[in-house]
Design a protein around this ligand. Structure first.
Ligand SMILES: O=C[C@H](O)[C@@H](O)CC(=O)C(=O)O
Ligand SMILES: [Zn+2]
Length: 274
């Protein structure tokens, strides 16, 4: 079964008047992972599509979606696939890529139907592309590692970059994931915005009871979402995106927009936030 939900882009002035339910309806994607299903969320933020594919031992194929009106989903798109589950495989254009937990597959524009199999739980993130870059499997070991933060500020973390200019080529997509060190709870502090790029987060590796308090909104007009395991947050270009975990968590970040410069951020110091 395959379902696609559309999310429209929202003006920051509108967000000021939203209650919790409205905020969650617009910015949280809570139900992307279901056994035997492909569930996609087509956003109008840079036309980024995020989703979950859970083959549950059988095979699931992502071929077309009505929303793109293209012959195949990736005819004019690129896509990153992250396996957040057990061992699985992804087959595209006659090649099968075995993926263990944490591995990332990049599929370039023009790739045909994409089949998912095994015990994997696959998070997908796709953006429009203008040229075909080579398909590439980047294993956990092959990622670029950056450490940030400090124990004193409760934000010591390792950022693993997979779809990143210094690792593999892509059109506009960048993707990786960030894990907190034991005792550290805060991600992406100091907060930042990058109006040139939208971003989406998928929180994973969490206990069922754990929650992340995700901060969003304009830096002087912040809002929050309580987020559970395997739920995604859509972060508009004008919004901060930071969070603190009540329990262990990792999050996949992906971005699309005008540049692929991971370090291009407009920082907002804690004292400047409201
Ligand atoms: O623009 C970059 C993204 O917000 C995240 O990659 C930041 C992040 O993972 C972190 O600081 O912990
Ligand atoms: Zn960011």
């Amino acid at each position: 079964m395959q379902t696609v939900e559309t999310r429209h882009a929202v003006h920051p002035d509108h967000v000021r008047s939203m209650d919790t339910t409205a905020l969650r309806d617009h910015f949280l994607a809570p139900g992307l992972f279901a056994a035997g299903e492909i569930r996609l969320c087509y956003t109008h933020y840079d036309r980024m599509v995020i989703g979950g594919v859970v083959p549950d031992g059988k095979a699931l194929t992502l071929e077309t979606v009505e929303e793109t009106r293209t012959a195949t989903f990736l005819e004019r798109r690129e896509m990153g696939v992250v396996n957040i589950g057990g061992a699985g495989s992804v087959t595209a254009d006659g090649t099968t890529h075995e993926m263990k937990r944490g591995d990332v597959l990049y599929l370039g524009m023009g790739t045909g139907p994409v089949s998912f199999a095994g015990q994997g739980r696959f998070y997908v993130a796709s953006a429009p592309a203008h040229r075909s870059c080579p398909t590439a499997l980047v294993t956990v070991e092959g990622a670029r590692e950056v450490t940030m933060g400090a124990a004193e500020t409760s934000n010591k973390r390792t950022i693993r970059q997979f779809i990143h200019p210094e690792v593999i080529d892509s059109c506009q997509l960048t993707l990786g994931y960030t894990a907190l060190e034991a005792g550290s709870v805060w991600n992406t502090i100091p907060s930042h915005v990058h109006d040139r790029r939208m971003e989406a987060y998928l929180y994973w590796g969490m206990d069922d009871e754990a929650r992340v308090l995700h901060l969003m909104g304009e830096p002087q007009e912040t809002r929050h979402l309580f987020v559970a395991n395997e739920q995604a947050v859509i972060s508009p270009p004008w919004s901060i995106h930071s969070g603190a975990g009540i329990g262990e968590y990792t999050f996949i970040w992906c971005m699309a927009g005008d540049n692929k410069d991971f370090t291009d951020m407009d920082f907002v110091q804690p004292k400047e936030m409201r």
